[in-house]
Write a new protein. Structure first.
Ligand code: ATP
Ligand code: MG
Length: 428
């Protein structure tokens, strides 16, 4: 036997037993977006490396050390997308979608970051991403947050907390940056190595430090919310008023800075206490400068992305992972004649009962082993076709989930009888 080939570290298979939860999440998100008037956009997974350098920022963790970048056979540097926003903005500009228009769009799919794999942090992971391009807010900011809250409600998830902050404009942030640098310079002895390095390049990132030794110093740092320009402050209170009116609870967290350079004004993050240290399930923010930065005509924009692996894990932990059954009806086929007609009987049931899952026993087996498979499928009913029954034109209808006796039904009446019994019951 040959040696087996392993998957690449940090890249996961979603196995059949787990796909129901993924499908449920994706269906709920898709339906919710449609209900708010957002349309799907589908984009390449591979983009020019330049796109991410110019949008995410050269000094960020993603661009410095996490991108899957390689030269294609033509010698062009290309990168597997680490996030979706840059591609969406690129597509909107190059297809003229922002010319005298605004766009509300969503997309989903795999993202790639060369991070240290651990629970909740992978090298290929999946995001559901939503963006509103051309809207200055704060109304659309509130709408986007409300949309995420609706998705949690529809999935039945609890315990999610919303952190909210405003980063102001790049200009007002510059003023705050100087105040922050002055503060940290006054305590240079307390800074750890990482923070000392960031002091010159990206001092706001120090606020994001997870080092406990830095906690007290960070707690005493000046707050960005105290240094917002008047327009950003008005924008922020406009957003808060709308969330208050919608009954959405949040915590203003002046330490929330987010890891990408392109954010301005609103930033937010949904966190949970249930997932350990990888606690952010959905994050986003406003990026009013990005469209112009990528060569488009200036247009305000905002969006968020949720991490599907983390949300699916939360669904599993909270018992909301969806229906794991495979079939509603399982056809047990006894003998050659039944095997010969079984596929046809199943086809007619599917014709008559769209959406009802009909599994036919394939590959033969004893009556007992077929009934065992029927049980494992989760089906409510086994339809039993045997030699003797077939000759009389009837089938056995055996309830599998309740203590009721087996009934005899004419094969011609099976669909009607199953419709009566199956349709109407909650299939999750
Ligand atoms: P984190 O702080 O956990 O690194 P992030 O700020 O890098 O997250 P974003 O780039 O905003 O996250 O991506 C949005 C969401 O995608 C996150 O809230 C998280 O749920 C998910 N996510 C990000 N990176 C990963 C990863 N490597 N593996 C799994 N999910 C991820
Ligand atoms: Mg990250």
């Amino acid at each position: 036997m040959s040696e087996t080939i392993q998957a690449i570290r940090g890249m996961n298979d979603v196995l059949p037993a787990d796909s129901a939860a993924w499908q449920l999440l994706e269906r709920v998100a898709r339906e919710t977006f449609a209900e708010y008037g957002y349309r799907e956009i589908r984009l390449p997974i591979l983009e020019r490396t330049e796109l991410f350098k110019r949008s995410i920022g050269e000094m960020t963790d993603i661009v410095e050390k996490e991108m899957y970048t390689f030269d294609d056979r033509g010698g062009e540097s290309v990168t597997l997308r680490p996030e979706a926003t840059a591609g969406i903005v690129r597509a909107a500009i190059s297809n003229g979608l922002l010319h005298k228009q605004r766009q509300k769009v969503w997309c989903s799919g795999p993202m790639f970051r060369y991070e240290r794999p651990q629970k909740g942090r992978y090298r290929q992971f999946h995001q559901i991403d939503v963006e509103a391009l051309g809207f200055p807010g704060p109304d659309v900011d509130a709408e986007l947050v409300m949309m995420s809250a609706r998705i949690w409600r529809r999935l039945g998830l609890t315990g999610l907390r919303l952190n909210l902050n405003s980063l102001g404009t790049p200009e007002s942030r510059q003023g705050y940056r100087e105040i922050l640098v002055a503060y940290f310079r006054g305590h240079e002895a307390t800074l750890d190595d990482d923070s000392r390095r960031r002091l010159g390049g990206n001092p706001l990132r120090i606020l994001d430090s997870k080092n406990p030794a830095m906690r007290e110093l960070i707690a005493g740092a000046p707050l960005i919310t105290d240094h917002l320009d008047p327009d950003s402050a008005a924008h922020f209170s406009g957003l808060r008023a709308r969330l208050d009116a919608a009954g959405i609870e949040y915590v203003v967290n002046p330490r929330l800075v987010r890891g990408l350079d392109y954010y301005s004004r609103t930033v937010f993050e949904w966190v949970t206490a249930d997932l350990g240290s990888q606690d952010a399930v959905c994050s986003g923010g406003r990026y009013d400068g990005l469209v112009a930065q990528l060569g488009g005509e200036a247009a305000p924009a905002i969006g968020w992305a949720l991490g599907e692996e983390r949300v699916v894990e939360l669904m599993r932990l909270q018992g909301r992972a969806g229906d794991e059954t495979v079939a509603d009806v399982y056809l047990v086929l006894g003998g050659a004649a039944a095997e010969a007609t079984g596929l046809q009987v199943a086809e007619r049931l599917r014709d008559a009962l769209p959406g009802v899952r009909v599994e036919t026993n394939c590959g033969g087996g004893s009556f007992k082993s077929q009934l065992k498979r029927a049980d494992r499928s989760g089906a409510h009913y086994a339809v039993i076709l045997g030699e003797e029954e077939l000759q009389r034109g009837v089938a056995g209808l055996k309830p599998l989930l309740e203590e009721a006796g087996q009934a005899e039904v004419a094969v011609a009446e099976l669909a009607t009888e199953l419709a009566r019994r199956v349709v109407g019951r909650d299939r999750g």
